[in-house]
Design a protein around this ligand. Structure first.
Ligand SMILES: [Zn+2]
Length: 169
């Protein structure tokens, strides 16, 4: 791992490319099923086990020369800027339009670390590329702390390559 400041909880996955599905991961994966913490769940149509999902996305991020923290911090940057618009679009760095919408309630992190994210959605439009991407507060946390971008087909699945491109990382 390049980034020495990678968080302690993320080190749970220090197995990196050789990480294997553990009983602990099975438990986490159960929390990701539909109807456990969220109606839709976090896995979409993905039938892989959690270790494989994490390993593949970790490889994509690593191949890009990035870390999960770098991606999450850039996402948080735009969410912070967008909050100032109180639901209206905010122009950021003359290149992005950001809309942040707040909803009531919170959602627990499926990794059982007692983290509760406010229900807040950020939509980022890259004006130059005419591309748009959306994420939640929980996405930022799960990427930063767990290297988790959700399963393929999940409502808030983020493709690491796509998000790196739109964030210009
Ligand atoms: Zn967490």
């Amino acid at each position: 791992m390049r980034n020495k400041t990678e968080s302690a909880t993320y080190l749970w996955f220090r197995g990196g490319f050789s990480m294997r599905q553990s009983p602990e991961m099975n438990k986490v994966q159960q929390h990701m099923e539909p109807g456990s913490l969220s109606a839709e769940g976090f896995l979409g149509e993905d039938t892989r086990n959690l270790a494989d999902i994490l390993r593949e996305d970790h490889k994509t991020v690593d191949d890009l020369g990035l870390t999960h923290s770098m991606i999450a911090e850039r996402m948080a940057y735009f969410s912070e800027k967008g909050k100032m618009g109180l639901g209206k679009p905010v122009l950021v760095d003359a290149l992005y339009e950001v809309v942040v919408e707040d909803y009531r309630g919170s959602i627990s992190c499926p990794f059982s670390d007692d983290f509760h994210a406010g229900k807040r959605n950020t939509t980022l439009r890259h004006l130059g590329k005419a591309k748009e991407i959306s994420w939640t507060e929980l996405n930022i946390h799960m990427i930063k702390e767990h290297g988790f971008y959700e399963g393929k087909g999940a409502a808030f699945r983020l493709e690491p390559l796509e998000i790196a491109q739109i964030l210009e990382l």
